[in-house]
Design a protein around this ligand. Structure first.
Ligand code: EPU
Length: 418
């Protein structure tokens, strides 16, 4: 298993480009199941989660062909409408095949994803709305068994603005009979990207990016040609890497307004941040002050940047209160940061971080989930010793060549086979 070794203490400087967004690409690839023929997606990041998606699409009789960051998906009628446990357990987002399969073929058997390191992550907000659209759904032997004639549009009010739930229902409703009005939906940029792609396939969707999405179902959709949006979480992580080393880093190929909650927090900390339409730059800063953060659905502060921001707060002047409001167990990185000398008190959904510039020391640490891995790497950059990060398969699920990008900015970081 590979490890990442970081020699900290170097200021990062330079320009680095963002890759395509994992969390946009995954639902987009599953949306291809809605239409027979060849779909072409550009700016698809090279990640293990994309490989898992391809594996599931292949299992569902789609041929996939990669050429750099382009991925072609040729959709054929599946022989079996099953998403098996062995594939789904590798990646929870596999549940996003449920909406398209039930809408297009009237049947699907999808393994329950189960919990994960950051929380229990149920799928009730995917299942209940599908039932409202007319699907009969049972849970049997660890599988979601879904059946429907043709789905029929309805008014759906989500209890919580779930990202995946919103995406699954958008895809299903696109082929339903009649109109679906989805209320209290997620507003993330990835939702907007999915709506744009579905519209290019012929779907009649309005309201994406607001809390109400209206979809008038159509009988058939055409294959898509679509470019995936930049990864706002990767862009934010790279910006934080510049910030934590007091460096001057410009992140390009990104959409700063998609992560302005982070940019505003950096400014509150005392960083000078410049933005263009598709780039953002953090300027050198010696000392920054602690600020509090509450994670929230978009446009609030993203939970996917909480762990990385916490690393920055370990180096701030003062005390930061970080509240995680999306997942019930997303503080697994706290214990590992503490092994590097961070002074953090976790209490249920809140972590109190007492910052101390230069207070971290290198240590062998273990990544517990994707964003926790990035947090540990950022913390390692702020030490002056050698940190080893184990279990970096988590990192490979969602960051494309992070170590190469950081080393292009001057970090001393390498991947080693262990
Ligand atoms: N929830 C339910 N029932 C449901 C669905 C969600 O109770 O049926 C709860 C979850 O347990 C969680 C909260 O609602 O506490 C938010 O879950 P949501 O459905 O919004 O998240 P998701 O679709 O499972 C996506 C991203 C996550 C990101 C969250 C929140 C993808 C593939 N994943 O997950 O990304 O943290 O939205 O923004 O888009 C990551 O990339 O590291 C990652 C975890």
């Amino acid at each position: 298993m590979d490890i990442i070794v970081i020699k900290g203490g170097r200021q990062l400087n330079g320009t680095v480009a963002t890759s395509g967004a994992k969390n946009a690409a995954l639902p987009l690839l599953f949306s291809s199941l809605l239409a027979q023929g060849e779909h072409v997606f550009d700016n698809v990041p090279r990640l293990n989660d994309i490989d898992s998606t391809e594996l599931l699409l292949n299992h569902l009789n789609c041929e996939t062909q990669r050429n750099g960051h382009q991925l072609k998906v040729n959709v054929n009628r599946p022989q079996s409408l099953v998403a098996p446990y062995d594939i789904v357990r590798k990646m929870r987002a596999s549940i996003l095949c449920l909406g398209p399969l039930i809408a297009r073929y009237g049947e699907a058997k999808v393994s329950l994803p189960g919990g994960c390191a950051i929380g229990s992550r149920p799928i009730n907000l995917h299942i209940e709305p599908l039932r409202q659209l007319g699907a009969e759904i049972d849970i049997e032997n660890g599988y979601v068994m879904a059946r429907a004639n043709r789905l029929v549009g309805d008014r759906i009010v989500f209890d919580f603005a779930t990202v995946g739930g919103t995406e699954n229902i958008m895809m299903a409703a696109s082929l339903a009979r009649g109109t679906t009005i989805m209320e209290n939906v997620a507003k993330e940029p990835e939702i907007v990207d999915l709506a744009r792609c579905l519209r290019s396939m012929g779907a009649k969707i309005q309201g994406e990016g607001s809390s109400v999405i209206t979809i008038e179902g159509v009988d058939e959709l055409q294959p898509a040609r679509h470019r995936v949006i930049p990864d706002r979480i990767e862009a934010g992580t790279l910006l934080l890497a510049g910030a934590i080393t007091g460096g001057d880093v410009k992140v390009t190929n990104c959409v700063p307004k998609d992560f302005d909650a982070l940019i505003n927090k950096l400014i509150d900390c005392g960083f000078a941040v410049e933005c263009g339409d598709d780039w953002v730059r953090v300027k050198p800063c010696d000392r920054w002050v602690a600020v509090d953060v509450d994670t929230a659905p978009h446009p609030g502060f993203p939970t996917d940047l909480q762990a990385q921001f916490m690393a920055l707060m370990t180096q701030a002047d003062g005390t930061s209160v970080i509240t995680e409001r999306i997942f019930e167990n997303r503080f697994m990185h706290v214990q590992e940061l503490a092994r590097m000398g961070a002074n953090i008190t976790p209490k249920s959904q809140v972590s109190v971080v007492r910052g101390e510039k230069g207070g971290l020391s290198a240590a062998p640490v273990m990544a517990t989930d994707l964003r926790a891995s990035a947090s540990l790497i950022l913390a390692a950059l702020a030490t002056d010793g050698e940190t080893t990060v184990n279990r970096i398969y988590h990192l490979d699920r969602g960051y494309e060549k992070l170590e190469e990008k950081l080393s292009s900015l001057g970090a001393c970081i390498e991947r080693r086979a262990n």
